[in-house]
Ligand binder design. Structure first.
Ligand SMILES: *Cc1c(COP(=O)(O)O)cnc(C)c1O
Length: 434
């Protein structure tokens, strides 16, 4: 039974006892460098996703003119943040950058990668099957009354803590789909309101994320015209996120930043169910191999991916099994049960994990605002726990022979959301101490 397996896992992995006490920890992944599972996506799968996004660029340019500067691609700036690095005063060597998915077009969060990609892929499949599109067509024609009437016969449903619902709701509605978003109790009011304004049906649950997903899946499965975006298991979402790696490589190159044995790259990713950080890290590892080091960060009360990976039990465990509440002010990370698919894919690729107190998120939210004039949401601030606390990862650096190379390192804090946060909620976040 699970209780017995959890007890055994806690004996084997001492960090789990500290995680269960909601302490801030660093965990080094003992399976790092092993073999990928047999069902792991290949480079061709990521390339297929990249090509699909290119095909949709003419549609996105027409429907969302804010994507025009990037020619219809949804991509975010990579910005060096030396003021933040100085102010953190944490002894980190190398340069620190912010990957500003907080400012991605259309949805203002990292979910604009995976979530929008999955909606587009589903739309493409329906359009080809229904004769609305033929190979070689300009996808700009999907911005038409005919196309909207076509997609209007179909429903897309998703469970969300907020941002995934926003990305799927906005893009689904833009194509003409009926969209139903099942929102967990942690979802912010303004995210629900924004969705309703876009014509999306929002169903609220007095329960956590996993419950919202389960009910959404059940209702969708009961309707043959409905498609469910399954954040806990979706390979499609994962591949949409993985496309980020090639784009980041081009940005690093054009900024003159080398990534090789002498110049290691460190990437810090806030983690909820795992799809977004997992897909991005997966793409990065396939591109940069041993020269990139990916770390996830989760709140101390909802470290579901850490529990799943460190115990080896993946989606068979949830935070409540370890006596944790799952409650956090980082609404995007308030997930009690990890994606088993992502956990398995990350076993050989993830360097380690940090957990972080909510209070630290708000301190860094303020610090980033004061030093760089950039606002990102509390969940996104989890990324700073990595660079701030690299000293805790000394054992990893020694094991990888990285200690002498840190002066030439590049660190990227992956800012996962924030640009859509309304003014009054920003002011509240900037004034929060907890
Ligand atoms: C969704 C989200 C994450 C984490 O993504 P998962 O796929 O749930 O792991 C991190 N930050 C923000 C702001 C998010 O919305």
């Amino acid at each position: 039974m699970n209780e017995e397996r959890i007890r055994r896992a806690m004996e084997q992995e001492p960090v789990l006892a500290r995680v269960a006490r909601a302490e801030e920890v660093f965990w080094m992944n003992p399976r790092y460098g092993g073999e990928l599972p047999g069902d792991a996506p290949g480079d061709a799968d990521i390339e297929d996703a990249r090509q699909r996004l290119l095909r949709f660029a003419p549609f996105l340019r027409r429907r969302f003119p804010e994507t025009l500067p990037d020619a219809g691609l949804i991509e975010s700036p990579l910005r060096e943040i030396p003021g933040m690095l100085r102010a953190m005063d944490c002894g980190l060597s190398g340069r620190l950058f912010l990957k500003m998915d907080s400012h991605l077009a259309i949805a203002g969060s990292v979910k604009a990668r995976g979530g929008i990609y999955e909606v587009l892929k589903h739309a493409e499949e329906l359009a080809f099957a229904g004769g609305l599109l033929r190979a070689g067509d300009d996808y700009g024609r999907l911005d038409s009354d005919e196309a909207r009437a076509f997609f209007g016969r179909y429903t897309i449903q998703v469970g969300s803590t907020g941002n995934l619902g926003l990305s799927i709701g906005i893009m689904g509605a833009a194509l003409g789909f009926r969209v139903v978003v099942h929102m967990s109790q942690d979802a912010m009011e303004w995210k629900k309101a924004l969705l309703r304004e876009s014509g999306v049906t929002v169903i609220e649950y007095a329960d956590d994320y996993s419950a919202a997903v389960a009910e959404g899946r059940r209702r969708s499965d009961a309707d043959p015209m409905s498609y469910f975006v399954d954040d806990e298991n979706s390979r499609t979402l994962f591949l949409g996120y993985a496309v980020a790696a090639g784009r980041l490589e081009a940005q690093l190159r054009s900024a003159g930043i080398a990534v090789d044995e002498a110049h290691p790259l460190f990437v810090y990713l806030p983690c909820g169910v795992g799809g977004a950080p997992g897909g991005i890290a997966y793409g990065l590892k396939r591109r940069f191999g041993a020269n990139v080091h990916c770390f996830f960060v989760e709140p101390v009360q909802s470290p579901c991916m850490l529990l799943g990976m460190a115990s080896g039990l993946h989606s068979e465990v949830c935070v409540r099994d370890f006596g944790l509440t799952g409650i956090t002010r980082a609404d995007g990370l308030a997930v009690g049960r990890p994606s088993g698919f992502v956990g398995r894919m990350m076993e050989p690729f993830l360097s380690g994990e940090f957990t972080v107190r909510d209070g630290a998120l708000f301190d860094d939210l303020r610090l980033l605002w004061q030093t760089e004039g950039v606002f990102i949401e509390p969940s996104a601030c989890a990324a700073f726990a990595g660079p701030r606390r690299m000293a805790e990862a000394g054992e990893y650096l020694r094991a990888q022979g990285l200690e002498g190379r840190m002066g030439a390192a590049t660190h990227i804090a992956w800012a996962t959301g924030g640009s859509l946060v309304p003014e009054e909620i920003r002011a509240e976040a900037l004034a929060t101490n907890c």
